[in-house]
Design a protein around this ligand. Structure first.
Ligand code: KIV
Length: 311
């Protein structure tokens, strides 16, 4: 762990209350940082639960982290619903947000509502997230009007990264900063309960903070955000290779997994595994009788294919 000298408790707080939208608003009002993390399956949800995070996002980043796609674009609604359902089964207290994937909400308000409803009804999500301002603010308004809480996402929006010129930080010119700020305000006015700021300068977040009443959850948006989110696989070091500048690695789980799996491989090959602790025993009398049976009749002669087909 790279937590330095800071003491980190292994045990979760005794009994946590379910995190609600009003709890998040209260945290912002009190200046208490909101902790959000992504999760994509039952064990990662259990980790988030045990660690005591506030919000779990089943991000479409799962397209890359767990499904192996090259970007978030190809992931389908059904694939996202399967990931969300698994996470739901592992969570009790954090708010569960499902990411609406690319092309599942943009075309019309009706499509956006129908997709969001599937995330709530079929996968048990508490809320959904969508990307960008513009027409997405209109979709957010429609989903909120249908009774489903929505989280917005501005700055670097990976679903439309190509149009943004690639995976690069946003809001670094006054003009682009104004676009991003306007998108954020539009999403707030549409009724979003929180908004993700991705890959924007810290100074931008600081400048816009007073303009927004809803919590800002930052990922590469600096300390002025009301909360932070990181991708589970990035912070634990399950993903390998080049990471975005905003990622802090708290563990090197990939290395641990490879080392453990290599040790297992070597132990099987060298016949050091299984050890006596890993095997089942049998009463000597039962074993002796079994061997007597084997001596009397050949199992092989009772061929599995010697059966009478049904008429
Ligand atoms: O998909 C995702 O993981 C996200 C977070 C980076 C906010 O959208």
């Amino acid at each position: 762990m790279s937590s330095g000298s800071r003491p980190v408790s292994a045990a979760p707080p005794a009994k946590r209350q379910t995190v609600t939208l009003s709890k998040l608003a209260e945290k912002k009002a009190l200046g208490e940082p909101i902790v959000m993390i992504t999760a994509y399956d039952y064990p990662s949800a259990q980790v988030a639960e045990a660690a005591g995070v506030d919000v779990v996002l089943v991000g479409d980043s799962g397209a890359m982290t767990v499904l192996g796609y090259p970007s978030t674009v190809p992931v389908t609604i059904d694939e996202m619903l399967m990931l969300c359902s698994a996470v739901r089964r592992g969570l009790t207290t954090p708010l569960l947000v499902g990411d609406l994937p690319f092309a599942s909400y943009e075309a019309s308000n009706e499509l956006a509502i129908l997709t969001a409803q599937r995330f709530v009804k079929e996968a048990g999500c508490d809320a959904v997230k969508l990307e960008r301002g513009g027409s997405s603010a209109e979709r957010a308004r429609a989903i909120v009007a249908a009774g489903i809480p929505v989280m917005g996402h501005v700055g670097l929006t990976p679903q439309t990264a190509t149009a943004l010129g690639g995976y690069r930080s946003q809001g670094r010119t006054a003009e682009r900063a104004l676009d991003v700020a306007r998108d954020a305000v539009a999403l707030q006015e549409a009724g979003c309960f929180a908004i993700v700021f991705e890959a924007v300068p810290s100074e931008f977040t600081e400048a816009v903070h007073s303009q927004l009443d809803i919590p800002i959850i930052g990922i590469g948006a600096g300390p002025a955000a009301d909360g932070q989110v990181l991708v589970f696989h990035d912070l634990l070091g399950i993903t390998t290779g080049r990471m975005a500048k905003f990622v802090k690695r708290y563990a090197n789980v990939h290395e641990d997994m490879v080392a453990a799996t290599r040790e297992y491989t070597e132990e099987v090959r060298s016949r050091h595994f299984p050890e006596p602790d890993h095997v089942y025993g049998v009463e000597p009398a039962e074993l002796a009788e079994f061997k007597r049976y084997l001596d009397q009749e050949s199992l092989v002669s009772q061929k599995a294919w010697d059966w009478e087909p049904l008429p």
